[in-house]
Design a binder for this molecule. Sequence first.
Ligand code: A2P
Length: 257
Amino acid sequence: MSNLNTERVLEVRHYTDRLFSFKTTRDPAFRFLNGQFTMIGLQVEGKPLLRAYSMASSNYEENLEFFSIKVQNGPLTSRLQNIQVGDEVLVGRKPVGTLVQDSLLPGKTLYLCGTGTGLAPFMSVVKDPEAYERFDTVVLIHGTRFINEQAYGDFIEHALPEDEFIGEAVKAKLKYYPTVTREPYIHNGRITELLDSGKLPADLGLPPLDKDNDRVMICGSPAFLKDMVTMLEQRGFDEGANNRPGHFVVEKAFVEK
Ligand code: A2P
């Protein structure tokens, strides 16, 4: 199993009956770009059972962090949701993914748009000093159905600005916009509509979306991605890739595990 590291669980946090996160040890040789994902999982009946997970930790942190859905009959997450501190998890040695800054053209504002566990790669990006070097403003948008799914809200609002390493950049440049669609909250509505109508940028004191200034990273359900891409393409935004940087990049959040 040379393509997998065995790591140890250091911390588990349950948010709802459908969401949890956990931290593990990290092999120092495991290097990745912020925003990337890898295969992780458990040894089940003598075989590795793996699914794709974005790193929610940044690449300079000592430990790894993952944010997961719990699917009661999901082959992996029905088991993974029961992990305890000290248990072993398997972590693939080959990180990949499209949500990387080199696939984006230079710009003024970076919009990170995630629904559900699609927030995970952006928790890595908002701790990345490079994001703040490249952009004047970084906007982190997390869309969920309910308030209790806003899993990292407390951390983003209170711990991150006080972080020894990245706190100053966060205070100066990060704008956080949590939005909920199925109960009243500080912000309500779908990310697509809030961006398209101009309400979200206006709430943050920013101009309407514009391909000359704005870059967008998108992660969430297939329906969300499709609608975001349609909305951006109507505004003349082009998708970026490794060899051809563009105005936005997209990755499906890895659900139903
Ligand atoms: P809604 O409650 O209106 O469906 P899910 O848990 O289904 O992935 O949804 C997470 C969040 O993403 C919810 O707020 C949901 O809004 C929103 N959402 C789902 N589909 C889309 C879409 N096609 N465009 C924009 N937002 C969406």
